[in-house]
Design a protein. Structure first.
Length: 295
């Protein structure tokens, strides 16, 4: 099947022109949707990962479509969206996220997956813990630093400073950095794999209703256990006492790090292969497509 739409990506435009106008992403979205509109009848199922506008474009075809939302669904924008499009089938990326999707829209849960060989198994844990993610108040890298220090472990942080909340990093994170808490900046896939594979554990101290948390399964792919806060999707992804520990406080996280050596890194990798590969994700989506077509 040939590509629908052949427009440059936002990153390609930024590489060519430098900083672009704030409206450029919306313009690219509109162009892609127009390309889809012109060929809408060529598809049995249209699976959208966009924000809102695709629902209006699909019109009578909404019942033969699927939408995946990659953000929280418990705020006013989603409430308005669901109320206006009660016939739009939506797949949740976790049961926790699905609780916020109206029954008229909700058609199933498909956990994320990644390629089986995207990250290599790291058989020997290093002497540090890792934090990977946006450096923002939703992800709480400051909490991760405090927990690592209390546990007597160095921490290495990687990720982007949230463009929507840069003051948080300067105010809450930078003052905590030091020889035992280092920030390596944004990471490409190779850098992320190296950091995670060598870590004793991944700290995931989220402070919001996490819809999935992809870095948790990226760590598991490396055999690295996860210490994560009991919010959103976490108890669905982390199997407490097997692939990591689910905690509710900094004190519980420190205690979990003291027990992290009891976990079998090979078992962590096996559970990733059993639960979170891209192949499993694709099979789950295909099953939803078949249900929608049969209906």
């Amino acid at each position: 099947m040939p590509r629908v739409g052949d427009y440059p990506s936002l990153s390609a435009l930024e590489a060519r022109h430098g900083r672009v106008a704030p409206g450029v992403p919306a313009a690219l979205d509109a162009l892609q949707l127009e390309a889809l509109r012109q060929r809408l009848d060529a598809f049995d199922i249209v699976h959208c990962h966009g924000e809102f506008a695709h629902a209006a474009l699909l019109g009578a075809r909404r019942r033969r479509s699927l939408t995946t939302i990659h953000w929280r669904v418990d705020e006013l924008d989603r409430a308005l969206f669901f109320a206006g499009f009660p016939d739009l089938p939506v797949a949740a990326i976790s049961a926790a996220q699905g609780e916020g999707i109206p029954a008229s829209n909700r058609v199933g849960v498909v956990h994320h997956g990644i390629a089986r060989d995207r990250y290599a198994f790291g058989a020997g844990p290093g002497d540090y813990v890792a934090f990977v993610g946006r450096l923002t108040d939703q992800k709480r890298p400051d909490t991760a630093i405090r927990v690592a220090r209390a546990a007597g472990l160095p921490i290495r942080l990687g990720g982007t400073i949230d463009v929507g909340n840069p003051g948080y990093f300067e105010r809450e994170v930078r003052p905590l950095l030091g020889p035992d808490a280092t920030y390596g900046g944004p990471l490409d896939d190779a850098g992320k794999g190296e950091l995670l594979a060598g870590a004793r554990a991944l700290l995931f101290p989220i402070d919001w209703p996490e819809p999935f948390g992809l870095v948790m399964i990226e760590a598991m792919a490396c055999g690295t256990p996860v210490v994560a806060w009991n919010r959103g999707s976490v108890p669905e992804v982390v199997e407490d006492g097997l692939t990591g520990f689910v905690v509710s406080s900094e004190a519980e996280a420190v205690a979990a790090l003291e027990r992290i050596g009891d976990l079998d890194r090979a078992a962590v990798r096996r559970r990733f292969e059993e639960r979170f590969t891209a192949t499993r994700m694709a099979e789950d989506y295909l099953a939803l497509y078949r249900r929608l077509l049969a209906a």
